[in-house]
Design a protein around this ligand. Structure first.
Ligand SMILES: [Zn+2]
Length: 105
């Protein structure tokens, strides 16, 4: 079960700030980004709390349920990659935000 464009928009309307870095993101609707262009860094993306191939994520899949997500900018989503939620959170809280988000003042 994956999240669709309307669900992403709903989350965005509730809170347009990135879950991780707090910046205001931009909402791109499906098809707005040309096919062979990469998604901009500030695009709102669905970030799964449990990364792919983890037992928790597989459990949701088996149950046919949607696994919990947050809305994160594409930049953070890429930086997090497959890091567990808690580890990425620690990384961010452990001080030098500048180090992980060099583009943010
Ligand atoms: Zn971010």
């Amino acid at each position: 079960m994956s999240y669709n464009c309307a669900e992403r928009e709903q989350m965005y309307l509730k809170n347009p700030k990135c879950h991780w870095c707090g910046r205001i993101m931009r909402l791109y609707k499906d098809g707005e980004v040309p096919r062979f262009c990469s998604l901009p860094d500030d695009a709102a993306t669905i970030d799964h709390i449990y990364p792919l191939h983890t037992p928790q994520r597989n459990w949701y899949k088996r149950m046919g349920r949607k696994s919990p997500v947050v809305l994160a900018c594409n930049g953070c989503n890429n930086r997090r990659n497959n890091l567990p939620y808690g580890e990425f959170e620690k990384l961010i809280k452990s001080g030098n935000k500048q180090k992980y988000f060099p583009q943010i003042g």
